[in-house]
Design a binder for this molecule. Structure first.
Ligand code: SF4
Length: 502
């Protein structure tokens, strides 16, 4: 496939299963504290939130569509991205060992963490060993996943977020609600209020002009960058063949965190490894257009181990499992690990657009969060998330690595139903209703009688819709209405129109 910058053609996926041992299920900020419908109902009542989200996602969607349309071989790129990820997952153990060997050979130290608690303890110890009580951070989903900032705070270490949106979230005592734009639920006026309230050194005459807000953040962070001795980052891609780590970002704060401190600690989910530099070429075309609608991202930082006299002189790479090997062992679900966190599926999702990210409870929101979180924690711990979708398929169309999210949602729903069924002694009301429906539909006379009985529902309708039904059907009409049954059933119409004879 030479149509896109000489990148390699998609490789055939070998049949061998992965040989990575399975660690315990994921913990940390992956579990929702309340079911999605409860949190979503609260979010839907916030009209300001819906306005903020609607405006932001519509703008990003339009820009992304234009950026993607510029590439005639976009579909081939998606195929290549999908194939590289699938092949990597098949041999994940080998690529991780290769990465470890290369990082060590170039002066870095590699640590393995089975779960959030182990990773937090490890990172806290590494910072304490430097004698520092503070660290600057690049935006990192995986450190949000393990709740690193809280763990560090408990040990008396201050973690300073430096990405503008993460800074807004941190100052506001808030939680991120989007991969790329963690403060997407905030508008300019709300951000100005947070800065005036929380930044001790801000100009009291600060306006809500975006440039003024960015300048206030820049001045606030400058001192932190210059005094920091420890930096913490995540990773977008880790190249196994040379042990090179890659972070892409738009503001330049990441470059400062990665180069100014003496010690750099990088936390990486094990699925972020890719085999080679040639593979990186594919993802550096897919990611910027899908996430920020840019042809290339403004800052791409890459480093390999330690370089004497240049940048951090101590480098630690923490390889995190936290449920990933359990997801990998699931032959169907493992494709969720292909995600490159571009956020395109969030921006096109009609459910996300209305509820925002907080309703999902997990640190990974939106369509991919609705499959990734249950796969990392076990379906029973995030059982409501696979239902947080209309299954419209927009997420699959938008995904640059072609993750079939709708099929995964249906698969996880089926798993949830099966697990719930096998755990029950008494059949659920839903199971009884489905068995009854099956019995009725299996016989034409029974089905005809049920249709006749259903016509009684016309008495409850107003303007052709039924807005309230009695229990147990009231659960349906709490969130939506029902069309009134027609005056005649299909069978009556068929008979009366004479079609049965023709
Ligand atoms: S699932 Fe696909 S579209 Fe969604 S964030 Fe991941 S890579 Fe992007």
């Amino acid at each position: 496939m030479s149509t896109f910058l000489g990148m390699p053609a998609p490789r055939a996926v070998p049949a061998a299963p992965p040989a990575v041992p399975v660690a315990p299920r994921g913990v940390g900020h992956l579990r929702a504290s309340e079911p999605f419908p409860v949190a979503a109902r609260r979010a839907l009542a916030d009209s300001q939130l819906r306005r903020n989200l609607g405006k932001a996602t519509a703008t990003i969607r339009a820009k992304r569509a234009a950026a993607v349309a510029e590439l005639p071989d976009w579909e081939e790129l998606r195929e290549a991205g999908q194939a590289i990820k699938a092949q990597t997952m098949r041999h994940l153990d080998g690529y991780l060992e290769q990465l470890e060997t290369q990082v060590r050979a170039r002066g870095g130290t590699v640590h393995w963490a089975r779960d959030a608690a182990e990773a937090n303890e490890l990172i806290t110890g590494l910072i304490q060993a430097t004698g520092s009580h503070a660290a600057v951070k690049v935006k990192s989903m995986v450190t949000d996943e393990i709740g690193l900032n809280d763990a560090l705070a408990a040990a008396g270490i201050r973690a300073q977020e430096t990405d503008l949106a993460e800074l807004i979230v941190q100052l506001g005592g808030d939680r991120p609600s989007h991969f790329l734009v963690p403060a997407i639920h905030r508008n300019r006026e709300e951000i100005r209020e947070i800065f005036l309230r929380e930044m001790g050194d801000v100009d009291p005459g600060l306006t809500d002009n975006p440039a003024a807000l960015a300048e206030a953040a820049r001045l606030h962070l400058r001192r932190e960058f210059l005094s920091a001795t420890v930096g913490i980052s995540g990773v977008n891609f880790a190249i196994a063949e040379t042990g090179t780590l890659c972070v892409v970002e738009s503001e330049g704060n990441g470059r400062m965190c990665l180069t100014l401190p003496k010690t750099l600690i990088t936390v990486m989910g094990i699925e972020k490894v890719i085999p080679s530099w040639r593979d990186l070429g594919v993802f550096l075309q897919l990611l910027p257009r899908s996430s920020t609608a840019e042809r290339m991202n403004p800052y791409t930082s890459m480093w390999t181990g330690v370089t004497p006299g240049d940048g951090p002189q101590e480098f630690h790479l923490v390889l995190l499992d936290n449920g990933r090997t359990a997801a990998l062992a699931d032959q169907t679900g493992r494709q969720a690990l292909h995600c490159i966190r571009c956020s395109a599926c969030l921006n096109v999702c009609p459910v996300y657009e209305r509820t925002g990210g907080h309703a999902y409870g997990s640190v990974y929101p939106g369509p991919i969060g609705a499959v990734l979180s249950p796969l990392l924690t076990g379906v029973e711990d995030n059982a409501s998330l696979p239902y947080a979708s209309s299954l419209c398929g927009a997420c699959y169309d938008a995904c640059p690595v072609k993750i079939d999210i709708p099929s995964l949602l249906v698969y996880l729903r089926a798993r949830h139903v099966e697990e719930a069924r096998s755990a029950r002694r008494v059949p659920s009301a839903e199971a009884v209703a489905m068995a009854a429906a099956s019995w009725v539909m299996a016989d034409p006379r029974r089905y005809g009688a049920a249709q006749q009985a259903g016509r009684a529902g016309r008495a409850l309708s107003r303007g052709g819709r039924i807005r309230t039904l009695p229990p147990p059907l009231s659960g349906w009409t709490q969130a939506r209405d029902v069309p009134a049954p027609p005056a005649r059933t299909f069978r009556q119409w068929w008979r009366e129109s004479g079609r049965a004879r023709s």
